[in-house]
Design a protein around this ligand. Structure first.
Ligand SMILES: O=C(O)CCC(=O)C(=O)O
Ligand SMILES: [Fe+2]
Length: 957
């Protein structure tokens, strides 16, 4: 092949001149990469500095709070608890004690004298552990009974394959904010002892790894590595060897935590590399084509994680939701419980992997849609009322509607936590202060993905004939865009008729209306909707797209061609169409204006003071900070750098939490780094026997997010997961499988709309309503809107012409794959328009495409009638799906070798979008004031400070 490389990578057949040119090109490319990496490094250093500054400030504040609160007794109790646990623990192994050159000192190390603490509070019980631990989770270490302080959050813990997803772990988490670690808590864990196993000091690693891990009962007990006194010392002051490896025999799954960013493209072992992704001056045409995307022979999808598999052990009772709010424990209880917890672990040994997984037959049955008929479909109004209940309940009792502005409004159960600041999350500026009912609602409404046939059906079916493989392919939304716009405009007009000028719906509307007229797709390829022509012989009933959609993929059977490069960056409008995002974000961020007689608490003095605190630079999660800044920008506040004029897109992205502060690279320059690839993989059509290109229409855009941006986004996702796990996201926004079956579950979050991808609490099956009709988006299940960083990301995708302007996504589903997790074969539901896309984060894994993919075993999928094609998805990339690849071919992600997050961004069909708006309006009407997104909410009654005073929470910022 011309240009093929020799062993050392130098071209051999180009002649000397050609070789020279090629080498120069490579040198240029390498230089550019070096520049990029250096920029990332610079940024990381800056952030580190900011974190350090913030940390010392936080520590001062903490000391002040501790002084205020007193509580010597608690400190003593906690110390006693630690000692007791240590004394009861197995004998210590030797742990390296000596400091090594380059060792990093834990910033949160405590003085030998613990500060005075409130009962139930132990903080900074951290054991220095190598930040660069490859497993990233639960290495052997001392068990320190940690009483979860109010103010800590139970965050995700990378779990062994098959491990439970119950949030029974606690970690510190920095959120990558300049503000440093955020310490939050979940109610059911407050006051509960948990054994600390692993703490990663916050100053190491990329933001998503700046976490402290505390053992999960799922893990077997870890041996102590030090004598108690040594441990104590380690906890309080041991420096951190930067590169210490996990001792052999660690229970930690080796791939439970991915390597730090910047993440180099890595294969999961399933797929060969097939396209050189090195930056080049122009878009790289596909090389290798079909052959390159074939799987290696003998491919199977082994979960790489070594952890035990099987159904989760029952959570210890004190961690169960039933114990939520049971906050009152004497310090004497802590020690025995901590020990009990540790000692329980061997009894919680998991049954063997195989026992936990469905059989092939079961899976095939699920795929074929043999699940039982669902229960009766709750009427939309009832569902809306149910969804509204948590917030309208208070209104009914005469209290400020929806939110508990005083503890007296709380339901009986919440009274159990009323003495605790954990009735609210005392973190200003972020999703906080959810009334307890909302958590109950979340629990009640959460889908219970039995995972029985979850994903096989989730988006459009699986095995079987083509019609069966696309059961959800519906006509209906494939109208010309003018019709779509009209439908939307009508829906929005209806909304506007309600007369409310602010709030979520308007924000959503603004986001929609802010779009200009339809732009030509893909650099002027016409107005096709991406639905390529149906393969010859396919059923015309598949949808109007088959006759109407502009082809993006060429005629079936024709050799696939690489699409032309996207329009040149210079031709792309940059800032001029961005303000619509600003408006939307600002509108979404703005507190609802307190109309006359408004009973909302959004404008209380406390909230105001919180806002000014934020404005003064207090940290928050990306979304909250962005929202705050967008608000200031709208008001022309001094803190908004470019509020007056038309601010540069990068500034707006920074505000929305997408772009990392300080990255001043102009938008057009950034866009130029994006590289697009197209693919080709022909199979014989199952029925017609003609050649079809199953990958036609797919585009992979690399470098859409820089490593720093990825880190920031990951951080935001982790934060949302934490909120979701603790019931702080509306309705079915968050769902985690109750049963953790290998290869069968994933944590997911849906924003913008609720898609019925799993059997829900009302028994509605994926993709079907109770009558067996197709069911995709469920408008009455109102979920959280797109958070600002995702909104900004969507905007970027259209601004950079990765997606057409008219297809700017307004919904997202975030999949969080632990090692071994997968998404089974499906075609994305046709309630979402084409093209849509999926963003990859954390680790590079391959997505599999085929005309017909079917399960062949637990977490194993095979192609029928041909070879599957694999496309490795590098971190920071965006895979665009349309044409045959997005409409007809099936795709799945086989079990991943390392943790991965994907964000699938899709635009709802207009009637679905309208329905979502309508249902949102209904909810708002029912509760009497606009819905607020999670990032807008602030704790009533004075925020963090008051929470601290009231209940003794530790709150950093
Ligand atoms: O994780 C991915 O990249 C694919 C996700 C997907 O197929 C989906 O959400 O529909
Ligand atoms: Fe999909």
């Amino acid at each position: 092949m011309p240009g093929a490389g020799s062993a050392n990578g130098a071209p051999t057949d180009l002649g000397l001149g050609g070789q020279l040119l090629e080498l120069r090109r490579r040198i240029g490319a390498t230089k550019r990469r070096i520049d990029e990496e250096e920029a990332v490094l610079r940024e990381a250093r800056k952030r580190l500095q900011a974190l350090r500054a913030e940390l010392s400030q936080s520590k001062e504040q903490e000391a002040e709070v501790v002084r205020e609160l007193g509580g010597e007794a608690a400190a003593a109790a906690a110390a006693a608890a630690a000692q007791a646990a240590l004394a009861a623990a197995p004998p210590a192994q030797q742990q390296p004690q000596q400091q090594q050159p380059g060792m990093l000192h834990q910033q949160q190390q405590q003085p030998q004298q613990q500060p005075q603490q409130q009962p139930g509070m132990v903080h900074h019980v951290q054991h220095a552990y190598p930040a660069a631990h490859p497993a990233g989770v639960a290495p052997p270490g001392p068990h320190i009974p940690l009483v979860v302080p109010p103010g800590m959050i139970v965050q995700h813990l990378p779990m062994p394959a098959g491990g439970p997803q119950q949030p029974a772990v606690v970690m510190f988490h920095s959120h990558g904010q300049p503000g440093g670690p955020q310490l939050l808590a979940v109610p059911q864990m407050v006051g509960q002892p948990v054994p600390v196993v692993h703490v990663v000091p916050v100053q190491h690693g990329p933001p998503h790894q700046q976490q402290a891990y505390i053992a999960h009962p799922h893990y077997p007990p870890q041996p102590l590595q030090q004598a108690p006194q040594q441990v104590q010392q380690a906890v309080q002051s041991q420096p951190v060897p930067a590169q210490q490896q996990a001792p052999a025999g660690s229970a930690a799954p080796s791939s439970a935590c991915p390597p730090p960013l910047p993440v180099q493209p890595q294969q999961n072992g399933h797929a060969p590399k097939f396209v050189d992704r090195a930056p080049a001056a122009a878009a790289i045409p596909p090389t290798g084509g079909a052959a390159a995307v074939r799987p290696p022979p003998g491919f199977s999808a082994p979960p790489a994680a070594a952890g035990p598999a099987g159904p989760p052990a029952p959570a210890p009772s004190h961690l169960s939701p039933a114990n939520s709010g049971a906050l009152v424990h004497t310090s004497q209880e802590f020690v025995p419980r901590a020990l009990q917890l540790a000692q329980q672990q061997p009894q919680q040994a998991e049954p063997p992997h195989a026992a936990a997984v469905p059989t092939v037959e079961q899976q095939a049955g699920q795929a074929a849609g043999q699940a039982p008929m669902p229960a009766a479909h709750a009427p939309a109004a009832a569902a809306a009322a149910a969804a509204a209940a948590p917030r309208s309940g208070a209104a009914a009792s005469g209290a400020p509607p929806g939110f508990q502005s005083s503890l007296a409004d709380a339901e009986p159960m919440s009274k159990r936590v009323e003495a605790s600041p954990l009735a609210f999350f005392p973190v200003p500026g972020r999703g906080a202060a959810l009334p307890l009912q909302r958590q109950q609602q979340a629990a009640a409404m959460a889908p219970q993905p039995s995972q029985q046939g979850e994903d096989e059906q989730q988006h459009g079916g699986s095995a079987g004939a083509e019609t069966a493989a696309h059961p959800q392919r519906q006509p209906g939304w494939q109208e010309p865009e003018t019709e779509n716009d009209a439908a939307l405009a009508a829906a929005l007009a209806e909304c506007e008729a309600h007369g409310e000028a602010e709030g979520l719906s308007t924000a959503m509307g603004a986001a929609v209306l802010g779009r200009g007229p339809v732009a030509g797709e893909q650099g002027g390829r016409g107005r096709g909707w991406g639905a390529g022509p149906a393969p010859a012989g396919s059923s015309p009933s598949w949808g109007r797209g088959s006759s109407r959609g502009g082809s993006t993929s060429g005629a079936p059977g024709a050799p696939a061609v690489s699409l032309p490069p996207a329009a040149s960056p210079e031709a792309v409008p940059v800032a001029e169409d961005f303000p619509s995002l600003t408006a939307a974000a600002a509108a979404a961020a703005a507190p609802p204006a307190p109309a006359a007689g408004s009973k909302g608490w959004g404008n209380t003095a406390a909230t105001q003071s919180l806002r000014s605190k934020l404005a003064a630079g207090a940290p928050g999660p990306p979304g909250a900070a962005a929202a705050q800044q967008a608000q200031q920008a709208q008001r022309g506040g001094a803190a908004a750098p470019a509020a007056a004029g038309s601010p540069a897109v990068e500034e707006l992205e920074v505000r929305c939490g997408l772009r990392v502060t300080g990255d001043g690279t102009p938008d057009a320059e950034r866009r130029r780094l994006v590289k697009r690839q197209t693919f080709q993989h022909t199979e014989k059509h199952i029925r017609t026997r003609q050649q079809v290109d199953v990958l036609a229409g797919l585009e992979l855009h690399c470098n859409v997010l820089t490593p720093a941006e990825q880190a920031q986004l990951i951080d935001a996702v982790e934060h949302w997961v934490a909120l979701g796990k603790t019931g702080h996201l509306r309705g079915r926004t968050f769902s985690a499988p109750k049963k953790w079956l290998p290869g069968k579950g994933r944590v997911t979050m849906q924003f913008g709309c609720c898609y019925n991808y799993a059997t829900d609490a009302q028994g509605r099956e994926p993709g079907k309503d109770p009558q067996g009709l197709q069911l995709g988006i469920i408008p009455e299940e109102v979920v959280e809107p797109l958070p600002p960083p995702l909104r900004a990301l969507c905007r970027r995708l259209t601004r950079w012409r990765v997606l057409p302007e008219a297809r700017e996504p307004n919904s997202a589903i975030i999949n969080i794959y632990e090692p071994g997790d997968c998404i089974p074969p499906h075609v994305d539901h046709f309630d979402f328009v084409r093209p849509f896309c999926t963003i990859s984060l954390l680790s590079e894994q391959s997505i599999m495409f085929g005309q017909r993919l079917v399960p062949a075993g637990p977490g194993e999928f095979v192609a029928q009638g041909g070879d599957p094609a694999y496309i490795p998805l590098p971190t920071g990339s965006c895979l665009v799906l349309k044409g045959y690849g997005g409409d007809t071919a099936m795709h799945c992600v086989p079990p991943v070798a390392a943790r991965r997050i994907s964000i699938t961004l899709r635009k709802m069909g207009p009637e679905h979008e309208a329905a979502v708006l309508r249902e949102t309006r209904k909810l708002e009407a029912a509760q009497g004031f606009p819905l607020r997104a999670f990032w807008e909410e602030t704790p009533p009654g004075g925020g963090a400070r008051a929470a601290r005073r009231g209940g003794g929470a530790i709150t950093i910022k």
